[in-house]
Write a protein that binds this ligand. Structure first.
Ligand code: UDX
Length: 439
């Protein structure tokens, strides 16, 4: 099949590269000239394990192309994927300006019957709106079908998810269109679920909202565990044994971040509001997450009257490991507070540091080695569970001026930490206090 993908962000690039990997001829289109030049050189603008190699292989095989030229990109494709961003408006709703512009471009350039597939996360009803815009502005007498095909990939495992995902959702108005999209995806070997367009659009929001709910739920349980002396990891394991609950997405921590959960939860609250439905539960999920991101600061306050002049080491800045994505990361709120209150912040992150430098306060010092961040510090905050952190020998904390660890991601086993004279506070688990030394 000849496929065009509009938008080379996370979703668009991974979609284009994986569709070329299974044998389709794919042209990725973007208005960002600099990004397209980078891609043409075989360089991925995002950090995503396995992506760059797969991209290069398919470029070599002449199956994957990049262009800013819409005329070229829309020349005779069988299918056009829309994968542009739907950023958050000030009121939390999804901004559809990019999607609508692509619909106009399609109407302008398309010259044969085409299926338009929406990968971008869009509010219920948007696919029908896209069809209306295209039909209204079409320059030629051709037939356009729209299909909703939401994306469920996770950053850091996007390539693996494309080939080993749990499901591919296809929402269409006609069997013909959904069968063509099913055929395109067949080589992935992932189960397909076919439904109507509006339900497909809703599945994406409902799934993300449900996962976010799981996280806020376990975070609230963890806060109660701390107060009653229970261990949230034990609780989550015990809960997860019930197949109806499942054992995933029950890791308590400092809340969810990233490009999807914060945006999509707020958008779904808006979608519900637009039809006069007050999604109270989801509003609670969002509020709990806000509170949870700041909880590590409350713990810091319980330990220090003032952090002015204290050297605070921060391990991990990305919203989760294996990505350089800083969007909605807890590190933004946390480091802002630290700098604002006069702390000397030394940060370490193996891949997100270069992005962080453009986002976080300029007073922050970045180091390449964890030991360097810890050396002489008064307290360390762990914000991302990178393997490099989880695999640390806790003895390394003894490099600190005062070995006090506040772990927002439960990276260490309590028993391991207990072997050292380190004070350790984590999420939803009993604290480990230092042994008294009698001279
Ligand atoms: C998510 C969805 O998983 C994916 O299906 C959708 O397409 C996009 O949004 P992603 O944002 O890449 O993917 O990250 P994910 O691994 O889901 O984690 C999101 C956030 O939740 C991270 O900040 C992570 O630290 C947090 N999280 C996740 C928890 O705090 N606890 C958990 O148990 C799981």
């Amino acid at each position: 099949m000849k496929i065009s993908v509009v938008g080379t962000g996370y979703v668009g690039l991974v979609t284009g590269v994986s569709l070329s990997e299974i044998g389709h001829t794919v042209t990725c289109i973007d208005i960002d000239q600099a990004k397209i030049e980078t891609l043409k050189k075989g360089i991925s603008p995002i950090y995503e394990p396995g992506l760059e190699k797969m991209m290069l292989d398919n470029m070599d095989e002449n199956r994957l192309f990049f262009t800013t030229d819409f005329l070229k990109g829309f020349k005779n494709p069988d299918v056009i994927y829309i994968a542009v961003g739907t950023p958050e408006n000030e009121d939390g709703s999804a901004n559809l300006a990019f999607v609508e512009q692509v619909a106009l471009d399609i109407a302008h350039y398309v010259n044969k019957d085409t299926i338009v597939v929406t990968k971008s996360t869009v509010p219920v009803g948007t696919n029908h709106k896209i069809k209306q815009i295209i039909d209204f502005h079409l320059k030629m007498d051709v037939k356009i079908e729209v299909v909703s095909n939401p994306e469920f990939l996770k950053e850091g495992s996007a390539i693996r998810d494309s080939f080993q995902g749990d499901r591919i959702v296809i929402g269409a108005d006609s069997d013909e269109a959904s069968t063509i999209i099913e055929e395109i995806n067949k080589p992935f070997g992932v189960p397909v679920y076919k439904t109507d367009i509006r339900s497909a659009e809703m599945i994406k929001y409902a799934s993300n909202a449900f996962l976010a709910t799981k996280i806020s739920f376990i975070n609230e349980i963890s806060n109660i565990c701390e107060r009653v002396g229970a261990n949230v990891e034990e609780v989550a394991t015990g809960m997860g044994l019930d197949k109806r609950i499942g054992n995933q997405f029950l890791n308590a921590g400092i809340g969810y971040g990233g490009s999807c959960f914060p945006k999509d939860t707020k958008a779904l609250i808006q979608i519900a509001g637009n039809v006069h439905y007050d999604f109270e539960l989801l509003k609670g999920v969002v509020e709990v997450n806000k509170k949870q991101q700041r909880l590590i600061l409350d713990k810091l306050h319980d330990l220090f009257m003032s952090i002015h002049g204290k050297k605070v080491a921060v391990l991990g800045l990305a919203f989760k490991p294996d990505t350089d994505d800083m969007r909605e990361a807890a590190s933004i709120v946390v480091t802002e507070y630290l700098v604002e209150n006069g702390a000397e912040v030394v940060a370490w992150d193996p891949v997100a540091a270069h992005n962080a430098k453009h986002i976080l306060r300029e007073e922050i010092k970045y180091v390449d080695a964890i030991e360097e961040a810890l050396g002489g510090s008064d307290v360390v905050l762990i914000l991302t569970e990178w393997n490099q952190v989880k695999n640390l020998d806790p003895k390394v904390f003894l490099l600190m001026n005062d070995p006090i660890v506040i772990d927002g991601r439960n990276c260490f086993k309590l028993g391991e930490i207990q072997k050292y004279n380190v004070e350790y506070h984590s999420v939803g688990r009993p604290s480990v206090l230092r042994r008294k030394v009698f001279l």
